[in-house]
Design a protein around this ligand. Structure first.
Ligand code: GRF
Length: 214
């Protein structure tokens, strides 16, 4: 059997995207993927509990004093832990900090994020609220590679969700979340199959035949 892709998941909160990945691995929908470890910057993150319940090494690593980034020495600990577990792809799943150059350089073109809007619309926090307040009729979810900006990296997959007349932030967020759970695993599967090729800002999705030829 082909070697499995080892992913590391960084999560700050409830961890439903992590759970969807765990469930998809268990049910055979992600046959080439294994989670090496889960790391959180929040000791009480439900994501850590979910990982431990699934038998996955799970760590709280103190992020440092700043609120939106990792302190440099702490960042090093995150990188070391991921490397120690042989992580080849880092998946941000509700991780509430911006990764700086050193982290990005440690995993070049190997960090993904999921965002609850159709980027480049509504980057940053509270994307579902931003979408509702703007009055868009369609929003959705985006999986993208991570670069130095906030939600600006090359887009891998997107799926639209219709905004209903009576939507609240919660109902819209719930429907978008279902799509997130689906497309994040799809993007990871494509990566594991070697089917994602970054060409500038565009991510080309190769067919199985094209991969065989590379
Ligand atoms: C998701 O909406 C994700 O798109 C955003 O943060 C939320 C995390 O949710 N980046 P969960 O922790 O995976 O449940």
């Amino acid at each position: 059997m082909a070697k499995k892709l080892i992913i590391g998941v960084l999560a700050s909160g409830r961890g439903t995207n992590l759970q969807a990945i765990i469930d998809n691995i268990k049910s055979g929908k992600l046959p080439n993927v294994e989670i090496g470890c889960v790391i959180s910057d929040n000791p009480d993150a439900k994501a850590l509990e979910r990982a431990r319940r699934a038998g996955i090494p799970a760590y709280y690593i103190y992020p440092g004093k700043k609120r939106t980034v990792l302190d440099p020495e702490q960042e090093e600990k995150y990188i070391e832990t991921l490397k120690k577990h042989g992580v080849e792809l880092v998946c941000l799943a509700g991780f509430m900090r911006i990764l700086k150059k050193k982290f990005l350089d440690a995993f070049p073109n190997r960090i993904m994020n999921i965002h609850p809007a159709l980027l480049p619309a509504f980057p940053g926090l509270n994307a579902q609220k931003q979408a509702l307040e703007y009055g868009v009729k369609v929003s959705g979810a985006t999986v993208h590679f991570v670069d130095e900006g906030i939600d600006t990296g090359p887009i891998i997959l997107q799926e639209a969700v219709k905004v209903e007349e009576d939507d609240t932030v919660e109902t819209l967020a719930d429907r978008i979340l279902k799509v997130e759970h689906k497309i994040y695993s799809e993007a990871i599967r494509l990566f594991a199959e070697g089917r994602l090729k970054i060409e500038g800002r565009r991510v080309r999705i190769l067919s199985g035949d094209e991969v065989d030829k590379t």
